[in-house]
Design a protein around this ligand. Structure first.
Ligand code: SF4
Ligand code: SF4
Length: 198
C-alpha cells in the first residue's frame, strides 16, 4: 500500500528488484480493512487513487504489513502487475491459500489468458498440499481446487467454506459446502475457510 513518494522503510521491504507501488493504490480499493471499517472493493477514504496514502505515517497495521504477491514473489510473472491486471495477489502460506482480489470493474479479468492458465497451475500445485485459491470480486467468491472451479456467490463474514477431497475417476475430486460459522472436522487434502479471516 503506497505512499505518494517511496519512504525509506518501503525501500527496506523485501520486494522483487524493479517492482514497486509507483502510485498503484489498487490494494487500497480491493482489500477490506477492518480497523477502518473499510469494506472490500471500495476506495479507502484516505487514499488518493493513483497517487498514494494520505495518512501513510499513521496507516493501520494491516496496511503496514501488506505487500501484494507481485511485489514480493519473483516467481509471479510481470503480467500480474496490479495496475495492468486490475487484480491483487495475496499469498497466505500459513493458511495454504492464495486470495486473489479482482477489481469489480473487470470481474472477468482472471478468466482471460494468461491469468486463467496461471491460476489453474497454482491451484493444482496448492491442492497437492491441501491448499486452494480463493477469488474475491466484491462480495462474490469463487474457489479453485485443483482443476475444479466452485462459484460460491455472496458470502457473509460469519460463513465458513468447507471442502473435502476424495478419489475421483481421473484424480482427486472435491466437494465444497458453505456453513454458517460452524466448526469442521479436518481431513487430509481438505480444509475450512472462515470468511471473516481473509
Ligand atoms: S496492489 Fe501491490 S503494487 Fe499496488 S499499491 Fe498495493 S502493494 Fe503496491
Ligand atoms: S489507510 Fe492508507 S494504506 Fe491503508 S487502505 Fe487507506 S489509503 Fe491504503
Amino acid at each position: 500500500m503506497s505512499e505518494q513518494s517511496e519512504p525509506a522503510e518501503r525501500e527496506l521491504a523485501v520486494t522483487v528488484p524493479g517492482r514497486g507501488c509507483d502510485g498503484c493504490t489498487l490494494c487500497c480499493k480491493l482489500l477490506p480493512i477492518e480497523e477502518l471499517a473499510k469494506p472490500a472493493s471500495a476506495w479507502c477514504p484516505h487514499c488518493d487513487p493513483g497517487r498514494g496514502c494520505r495518512i501513510y505515517a499513521d496507516r493501520p497495521s494491516p496496511c503496514r504489513g501488506f505487500y501484494c504477491g507481485w511485489m514480493v514473489n519473483g516467481k509471479v510473472a510481470a503480467h500480474w502487475r496490479p495496475r495492468d491486471s486490475r487484480m491483487v495477489l495475496d499469498f497466505q502460506p500459513t493458511r495454504k491459500r492464495l486470495v486473489l482480489h479482482v477489481d469489480p470493474g473487470r470481474p472477468d479479468a482472471w478468466r482471460k489468458p494468461p491469468y486463467h492458465t496461471d491460476l489453474q497451475a497454482v491451484a493444482g500445485m496448492m491442492a497437492e498440499t491441501g491448499g486452494h485459491v480463493l477469488i474475491a470480486c466484491g462480495p462474490n467468491f469463487t474457489m479453485l481446487l485443483g482443476r475444479q472451479e466452485f462459484p460460491l456467490g455472496r458470502l457473509l463474514p460469519s460463513d465458513k467454506i468447507v471442502y473435502y477431497r476424495r478419489p475421483g475417476p481421473t484424480g482427486w475430486a472435491y466437494d465444497v459446502t458453505v456453513n454458517p460459522g460452524t466448526a469442521d472436522e479436518q481431513h487430509p487434502g481438505s480444509g475450512a475457510v472462515s470468511m471473516g479471516d481473509r
